[in-house]
Write a protein that binds this ligand. Structure first.
Ligand code: F0G
Length: 363
């Protein structure tokens, strides 16, 4: 059992420092960190009531508070540190955006520590939120926009690493899963107990795999029901069929053939949970509710966890008195275009005149 004091009394130096004994690292592993992890777990009073289940408590694990604005940093500190231990000088990934931002940042951090480390990223052209693309570019990665979707880009990078001296840092790299499992430890420590239900968006299915591994290793006999949510236009696991042309407004999870498909199905079934899908309308509704009624920002894909919880609560698939944690995987600032489009506000343009402004504000 990890004691609560690991977070509260020690200076925070990232997840490898905090959870070293739970991770495959040794004194020989050069630790590349941006002090990721230790993200807030915040109670959500409005969503708790909205679900209309007696005694329901909903908490949000705000992973957008990580250094590059997504949960990927937990996995990337491990993947990049281990790649350096193995003397790699370059990393590569396919990405819907967040993995590429994180890989680019940790490669830069490796360079800060005196290592040679190049970063190459393949992203689907036209389907990466602006914030993420700009991150990969400014952190100094070589960015290739592929005329194809994420699944095609992942196939390409898998072929590249077979031929060339470069390390794959997608979540098929087992060190990514190891790092990401630490979020499950944090949830239990912050809550002071294991949650009854963990709701999470599912794309390439690495994160649901990682959380389940974390809960299984945490050392308590209780484990949460894992409930995962895909977007309905990109729901291969729910449909039990590869989706050749995935489509969703939640571009982070616009994936038709997840690499960790089997592991995700296993996490859901072993835990007594399920994987379901939510429509783009349900995702945007939850995205707006999170911002406007909780004051908590996330990107659209992240809101799939809350949309899924609301859908499941309506279908009476959530037990009364449950404690539920929804994972908000990415920061709201990643996708300003969707934020502006989804907002019901029109921004007003008015002369700098007191009376006119006051009138326009409704006074
Ligand atoms: N939420 C966000 C914000 C993501 O960026 C991703 C995945 C997911 C959820 C789904 O997690 O793939 O582990 O099931 N993004 C990857 C990327 C695919 O390239 O950034 P998953």
């Amino acid at each position: 059992m990890i004691s609560k004091s690991t977070i509260s009394t020690r200076p925070w130096n990232g997840i490898i420092d905090c959870y070293r004994t739970y991770l495959p690292v040794s004194d020989k592993t050069p630790v590349i960190t941006l002090n990721e992890g230790n993200t807030p777990l915040i109670f959500a009073p409005h969503i708790s009531k909205l679900c209309n289940i007696p005694g329901l408590s909903v908490y949000l694990k705000v992973e957008g508070a990580n250094p590059t604005g997504s949960f990927k940093d937990r996995g990337m500190t491990m993947a990049v540190s281990k790649s350096l231990e193995e003397k790699s000088k370059a990393i590569i990934c396919a990405s819907t955006g967040n993995t590429s931002a994180s890989a680019a940042a940790y490669a830069a951090r490796a360079r800060a520590n005196g290592y040679k480390m190049d970063c190459f990223v393949l992203v689907p052209k036209g389907y990466v939120a602006l914030g993420k693309l700009s991150q990969a570019m400014i952190y100094g990665a070589k960015v290739v926009q592929v005329k194809g979707n994420f699944d095609e880009a992942l196939k390409l990078v898998k072929s590249i690493v077979e031929k060339y001296p470069v390390t794959l840092v997608n979540s098929v790299n087992p060190f990514r899963i190891e790092g990401q499992k630490t979020a499950a430890f944090e949830v239990c420590e912050q809550l002071g107990r294991v949650p009854d239900v963990l709701a999470i968006p599912v794309g390439n299915a690495g994160n649901i795999t990682a959380y389940w591994k974390g809960f299984c290793e945490y050392g308590k006999s209780d484990r949460p029901k894992m409930i995962g949510f895909q977007a309905s236009g990109a729901a291969p696991i729910v449909l039990n069929k590869i989706v050749e042309k995935p489509e969703t407004i939640a571009t982070a999870i616009r994936i038709g053939n997840p690499a960790s498909w089997k592991q995700a199905v296993n996490a859901a079934s072993e835990s007594g949970g399920f994987i379901d899908m939510v429509s783009d309308e349900e995702i945007i509704e939850a995205y707006k509710t999170l911002h406007q009624m909780e004051g908590i920002a996330c990107e659209p894909a992240s809101a799939a966890s809350v949309a899924g919880l609301i859908k499941s609560a309506k279908a009476k698939k959530i037990q009364p008195e449950s404690t539920v944690v929804c994972v908000l995987t990415g920061n709201g600032l990643k996708d300003p275009d969707t934020a502006i489009k989804s907002s019901s506000q029109e921004s007003l343009e008015i002369e700098a005149d007191l009376n006119k402004i006051a009138k326009s504000l409704g006074f």
